[in-house]
Ligand binder design. Structure first.
Ligand SMILES: C[S@@+](CC[C@H](N)C(=O)[O-])C[C@H]1O[C@@H](n2cnc3c(N)ncnc32)[C@H](O)[C@@H]1O
Length: 379
């Protein structure tokens, strides 16, 4: 046993409680091995955090493609297939082998990309997901000084205070996790909405960002009129620049300014928890939706109880929530706004919020959305 403390003396040790916690602000007596294990965890975390950038570089430079289905290759053989400098290829391969993504054969000095890793990263969505996150991270890195100052001083940090990489990365992430087929399958699970949108009908997508899901709805239902709104003018400008069908348009408006207009469908794609007053936004949606209409909520998948979210996926969502979504919500707080939802509110809390906003029917839609909890709210 050793005392981890800036001042180690008998007195400090005497003051340390039996259960190992100090009662006067001095550090507790802890086991050396336990401290070493924690340091090991920190080193692992640093490697993993930097590994996100390495994996994105592998996608961008073609290193994963060079390794896929190629069998064991030396670093020189891999380098011959890409334009990356051979010394950097060598270091990248070794880092990815240390990270468990590649198998290393010491005898032949070769690296092999195992089939399941290739399936996840190269052929599947894993590489693109990491790439989208690396784009967002580069914005967080660039703006980290201003963000950490706001965080430290108790303020929030608005979506508009990010650099464009953050918005681009979010959109790239959306394009992977909310493909057109998923949007189509979700609306198909709401028969009254299908009926309304097939013969006209109106849709508003709140917090639409660059408008990828907004445009998907417009393409799927050409008879409907679809509006995307977002408080962030640069996102709306970008959405307007994209080629889209004639039945979609975009306007700068906050959720609180949602026009009251008997909408057939009001959607929130991963935006409710970004909004400073989530209850106010749902109250507004309740008054703006037609009596026969629906509100569709896509929120990050989360369990009702915190302890059930303490998983690798939950960790990722809580991190994104702390670094991106909740700071925006906090930046919009006013004296009358409801509490920010957080990134994993869970079904129970969302149902309670919907009830408080005046919705009487709430249904969970079982659609193939691996990262989302999907609810239909009806008046
Ligand atoms: C995580 S992004 C989701 C964007 C888009 N729905 C998607 O799926 O790609 C959250 C969006 O909510 C918008 N937002 C945040 N607060 C808002 C508010 N009070 N009213 C309207 N939009 C808001 C942000 O500008 C951002 O575009």
């Amino acid at each position: 046993m050793s005392t981890i403390s800036t001042v180690q003396d008998e007195t400090a040790q005497d003051r340390t409680a039996q259960d190992g916690t100090a009662q006067d602000g001095t550090a507790a007596v802890v086991d050396d091995a336990a401290v070493e294990a924690e340091m090991g965890k920190i080193v692992t975390e640093l490697g993993a955090a930097l590994g996100v950038l390495l994996t994105a570089l592998g996608t961008r430079s073609g290193l994963w493609a060079a390794l896929a289905d190629a069998g064991p290759l030396t670093d020189r053989e891999v380098a011959a297939k890409v334009r990356v400098h051979p010394a950097l290829v060598r270091e990248w391969l070794r880092a990815q082998a240390a990270g468990g993504y590649l198998e290393y054969d010491a005898a032949g000095e070769t690296f092999t990309l195992p089939a399941p890793v290739a399936a996840a990263i190269h052929y599947g969505p894993g590489g693109a997901l990491v790439d989208a996150c690396a784009t967002m991270l580069s914005s967080m890195g660039e703006g980290f000084g201003a963000f950490s100052e706001a965080f430290t001083s108790g303020r929030g940090f608005g979506w508009h205070q990010r650099t464009a990489e953050h918005w681009h990365g979010t959109d790239a992430f959306t394009q992977i996790v909310l493909p057109d087929e998923l949007i189509g399958a979700t609306i198909s699970a709401m028969p009254e909405t299908v009926e309304a949108l097939s013969h006209g009908g109106t849709v508003v997508d709140v917090g639409c960002g660059y408008g990828f899901p907004t445009t998907a709805i417009a393409k799927l239902y050409p008879a409907a009129q679809v509006l995307g709104i977002d408080y962030h003018d640069a996102s709306i400008a970008h959405a307007r620049e994209q080629a889209g069908p004639d039945n979609v348009r975009f306007e700068v408006a906050a959720a609180a300014e949602l026009p009251v207009s008997d909408y057939s469908l009001i959607t929130f794609f991963d935006s409710l928890h970004d909004i400073g007053d989530p209850l106010g936004a749902l109250v507004r949606a309740r008054s703006a939706v037609a009596a026969s209409g629906s509100v569709l909520l896509f929120e990050p998948l989360g369990a009702d109880d915190v302890q059930d979210n303490l998983t690798p996926t939950g960790r990722m969502f809580y991190a994104v929530s702390t670094l991106a979504c909740t700071p925006n919500a906090v930046s919009q707080e006013s004296a009358t706004s409801s509490e920010p939802l957080g990134g994993q509110a869970g079904e129970k809390k969302l149902r309670a919020l919907a009830a408080d906003a005046g919705f009487t029917r709430v249904r969970r839609l079982e659609v193939p959305a691996p990262l989302n909890l999907v609810l239909e709210l009806r008046p």
